[in-house]
Structures are given as structure tokens and as C-alpha cells.
Write a protein that binds this ligand. Structure first.
Ligand code: ATP
Length: 276
């Protein structure tokens, strides 16, 4: 007989409520005796763009790498698609990895490979396809991110900053992931290029149903592209919610971040009255 177990109250999903695709609880990460996170909780919901903010060196990239299994945690649980990652064997882990796409800071393309070959790196690792099919798939990914097809045979050094970001995104999308992790995707882009990149992410979210975990310092991205924002300070996620939630927070770091002159100047008109 199959034993029925009742999920704990915080796991029961009300009808119509978005699924939690990443669920982090009581996470502790440290390097030696330097504690980076302690008691961190975070939910990422299916189909959302979650903007992740925090001061420099607070651990945003480390959290991403911990969720990806690249940094070992000291304590806590990380569940992805409802599975505790600690319970997965090597094969299950590889299956899970295929559902992730990752775009590291500065694109991190292999400089000795062409754009097409870069996009094909994850495909070669996980799929067994003919060279022709690999080429066709790479072209589909180029189209998807709005790169011209003649970019395929170029070296990363021949691309503009904006094109490098798009190529890196194409590689992150190589395996048709369900969740993409973007580490400061618009850094180094001019405001027009950054806005175009945000539009691309929003379009991909709509058309592919992607869930996006985006570490960013870009206020415009936070205001215009993100469905929710999570803020990291004091080794924890101190607030999570819409921009209005951030603006209403009394936490000193959030007040300084979102209430500062630069942030206020960029605030969408509808939110202007939210912060004092
Ligand atoms: N492998 C490592 N070994 C030791 N310390 C590390 C390691 N990786 C990161 N750290 C430290 O962890 C802290 C958090 O780093 P992290 O790169 O996550 O910050 P961040 O919030 O992403 O910063 P930024 O916004 O500047 O990119 C830093 O103090 C960093 O020096």
C-alpha cells in the first residue's frame, strides 16, 4: 500500500498559487570561519523574474553557486522542483542540472571557441546529436536571443558587450532550461542595451515560461523587469516582495538602497508616493 503523507503546512499549495521551484531554508554557508549566510530562507516561484539585490560582497553570487551545487553548504535545505538536492544521486543531479541555465558575470564565454561552439558546449556535454543538428540548434538559440546568424562563427573578442551578453544567454538557454540564473546580466551595458536585454528576458519569460533568478544592481531592471525582489543583508534575505514592499521596509539598508537619490530618480511614476 502506498503510504500517504501530509505535507507540512508551509508546503501546501493553494489552487492557483504559483509553484515554488526553489525553496531554501535555514541556509548556512561559510568559508573557513568567515560566515557568508546564516539562517537564509528564500522561495523562487515558477514563471517569475526574481531580482536578487544586496551590497557588494554580501554573498549573492555565493548563494547562486550554492543553489547550483558548486559551493557546499554548512547547514539548511535546498529543494529544487520539490526535491531536496541532498537526496539526489549523481544521475539525478545531472538530470536536474539540465533544467538549469546559467549566465555568469561578464558572460564567461570561452575565448578560444566561436559563438556557435560556445552555445554547443552544454549540448555536447548532455546531448548526443549529430554535428548538423548541433549547428541547427545553435542557430535556433541565436535567433532566440536576437543575434544575427553571422555571429555564429565569430570569436567572442569580435563581439560588442551587448552581443557577448546575448551569446552568453544563448548558451544558458542551450538545453531549454526551466530556470535561468543570471549574474548581473546588464552590468557594463549602456542604458539602451540594458533596457533591450531586460526586454529580451521578459519576452523569454512570457514565451518560454522561464523562471529567472537574476542577481542585479541595475535599478531599472529591478523596477521594470522583476516581478519580485529579494534583498540580502545581515547574512539573510531581509525582505522579499514587490517594489512596493521594498519601499515600505524600515530596514536601514533597504531604505538607503531604494530611498537614495539615485534610486528615487529612477522610480516608476506609479511608485513615487510609496517611499518617504
Ligand atoms: N571560494 C571562496 N572562498 C573564500 N571566500 C569566498 C569564496 N567565494 C566567495 N567568497 C567570499 O564570499 C563573500 C561573498 O562573495 P560574493 O561574490 O557572493 O558577493 P556578491 O554579493 O556577489 O558581491 P558583488 O555584488 O560585489 O558581486 C565575499 O566576501 C567573497 O570574498
Amino acid at each position: 500500500m502506498v503510504q500517504q503523507t501530509t505535507p507540512p503546512p508551509d508546503r501546501i499549495q493553494a489552487p492557483g498559487e504559483p509553484e515554488t521551484v526553489i525553496r531554501v531554508r535555514d541556509l548556512k554557508v561559510a568559508f573557513g570561519d568567515k560566515v557568508i549566510m546564516d539562517g537564509l530562507d528564500l522561495d523562487v516561484l515558477r514563471g517569475e523574474i526574481l531580482g536578487f539585490v544586496g551590497g557588494s560582497g554580501q554573498g549573492k553570487s555565493v548563494l547562486t553557486r550554492t543553489i547550483l551545487g558548486l559551493v557546499r553548504k554548512r547547514r539548511g535545505t535546498i529543494e529544487v522542483f520539490g526535491e531536496d538536492v541532498d537526496d539526489l544521486n549523481l544521475q539525478q543531479r545531472r538530470v536536474l542540472e539540465r533544467r538549469f541555465g546559467v549566465m555568469f558575470q561578464q558572460g564567461a564565454l570561452f575565448s578560444a571557441l566561436t559563438v556557435k561552439q560556445n552555445i554547443q558546449v552544454p549540448m555536447r556535454e548532455y546531448l548526443h546529436l549529430s554535428p548538423d543538428l548541433l549547428d541547427e540548434l545553435a542557430m535556433v538559440k541565436l535567433d532566440l536571443v536576437g543575434l544575427p546568424r553571422d555571429a555564429a562563427d565569430k570569436a567572442p573578442s569580435e563581439l560588442s558587450g551587448g552581443m557577448i551578453k546575448r551569446a552568453a544567454l544563448a548558451r544558458a538557454l542551450a538545453l531549454d532550461p526551466e530556470i535561468v540564473f543570471l549574474d548581473e546580466p546588464t552590468s557594463g551595458l549602456d542604458p539602451i542595451g540594458a533596457a533591450e536585454f531586460d526586454d529580451l528576458i521578459m519576452t523569454l519569460k512570457q514565451t518560454l515560461g522561464l523562471t529567472v533568478f537574476m542577481v542585479t544592481h541595475d535599478l531599472d531592471s529591478l523596477y521594470h523587469a522583476c516581478d519580485r525582489i529579494a534583498a540580502l543583508a545581515d547574512k539573510k534575505v531581509i525582505a522579499v516582495g514587490t517594489l512596493a514592499t521594498m519601499l515600505a521596509s524600515d530596514h536601514p539598508w533597504l531604505k538607503a538602497y531604494f530611498g537614495g537619490e539615485r534610486a528615487m530618480a529612477r522610480l516608476p511614476a506609479g511608485e513615487q508616493g510609496q517611499s518617504s
